[in-house]
Design a protein around this ligand. Structure first.
Ligand code: OGA
Ligand code: NI
Length: 338
């Protein structure tokens, strides 16, 4: 981390959308299984290039499943601290509950619950921690995870088509053994570590999540109606306002590398909540454990590759370490730039 990096969080906010308009909202109803439909594909490609962010409506995920997932999430976080801390994550096993996360070595004002596929996950060789006696929670979360992964694959195909590649060009790096995971985010008004002398923590948590990019290919995020998510573009922070029934999509570091910088892994953050608690659920769509990421040869381009090969599992483990505690600077794709 260097000083220029820290200063990003001090940039002004373009609250009115006066300067650049706002993150596009795209109807993907026409995006079929092969994801070739022209109109959404070109809008998605444009959004990935200009913002690294867009929202999708008409996405096909059952509203009843969404409502049930939100209800289970709220009930989970409403439990007493000691019950949540019974499934606290550790350095070795990142799955479970956490309330002391660092982004770029600054503490975030939030609490989270992370889970991935069932069984032993191949990145950390660890398995999910579930709250005991909560079968309905687990079942609902699994269904939501599967629905998010399905939507992610459709979007991945649209992003490939938008680069002029066959839509299924990257399928092999994800299907069926992607290493994606779900995070339940609760951004409370009251700092979850306030008055906790028993847990070592940094005193200040002045943002919900400090600025960062997501490590994987793409993220499918469900946010409630509170707002606070912002994306950085051209020297300003821009709000990503809640749109009823929409998912927020952003591209991650690996998509930036694959696309040789045509698509941006946008820098984003969440403000600290002051008046109302906020909830969100990102699904991070990540490649299979053995994937090696290199810039793809894009039709009509003879640009040399901007990055050296990135071994996904290695990159992911290093990033997670930085989030858990201060084990040195977070790994960034800039370190792989040629
Ligand atoms: C994240 C993130 C945004 C949000 O968890 O990586 O950027 O709106 N979340 O909660
Ligand atoms: Ni993020």
């Amino acid at each position: 981390m260097n000083d220029a990096d820290i200063d990003l969080d001090r940039l002004p906010t373009d609250a009115s959308g006066r300067l650049r308009g706002s993150v596009p909202v795209i109807d993907i109803g026409g995006l079929d299984e092969s994801s070739r439909a022209d109109a959404p594909v070109s809008r998605i490609a444009e959004a990935c290039r200009d913002w690294g962010f867009f929202q999708v409506v008409n996405h096909g995920i059952d509203p009843a499943l969404i409502a049930a997932t939100i209800a289970e999430m709220r009930a989970f976080f409403a439990q007493p601290a000691r019950r949540k801390e019974a499934i606290l994550r550790t350095r070795e096993n990142p799955w479970g509950y956490y309330h002391n996360e660092l982004t770029k070595n600054q503490r975030d004002k939030k609490e989270v619950f992370d889970f991935t596929a069932d069984g032993i996950d191949p990145v950390y060789c660890a398995s999910n921690r579930w709250p005991d006696t909560a079968d309905r929670f687990r079942e609902t979360m699994r269904r939501y995870r599967d629905a998010s992964a399905k939507l992610s694959l459709r979007l991945l195909r649209a992003m490939c088509a938008g680069l002029g590649l066959p839509p299924d060009h990257l399928d092999g790096a994800f299907d069926p053994d992607h290493t994606g995971f779900i995070r339940l985010n609760h951004y409370p008004v009251r700092d979850p570590l306030a008055e906790r002398d028993d847990i070592a923590h940094l005193p200040v948590a002045d943002l919900g999540v400090h600025h960062h990019t997501d490590a994987g290919a793409l993220t499918v995020l469900l946010q409630d109606e509170v707002g606070g998510l912002q994306v950085c573009r051209d020297g300003y922070w821009h709000d990503v306002p809640p749109v009823k029934g929409a998912f927020v999509i952003n591209t991650g570091d690996m998509m930036q590398v694959w696309s040789n910088d045509r698509y941006q892994a946008a820098i984003h953050r969440v403000l600290a909540m002051e008046t109302s608690d906020r909830y969100s659920i990102p699904f991070f769509y990540n490649p299979s454990v053995d994937t090696h990421i290199v810039p793809l040869a894009l039709p009509g381009s003879n640009e040399p590759p901007h990055y050296r090969t990135i071994a996904w599992a290695d990159f992911r483990r290093k990033r997670t370490d930085g989030d858990y505690a201060d084990y040195g600077a977070e790994v960034q794709i800039a370190q792989y730039r040629i």
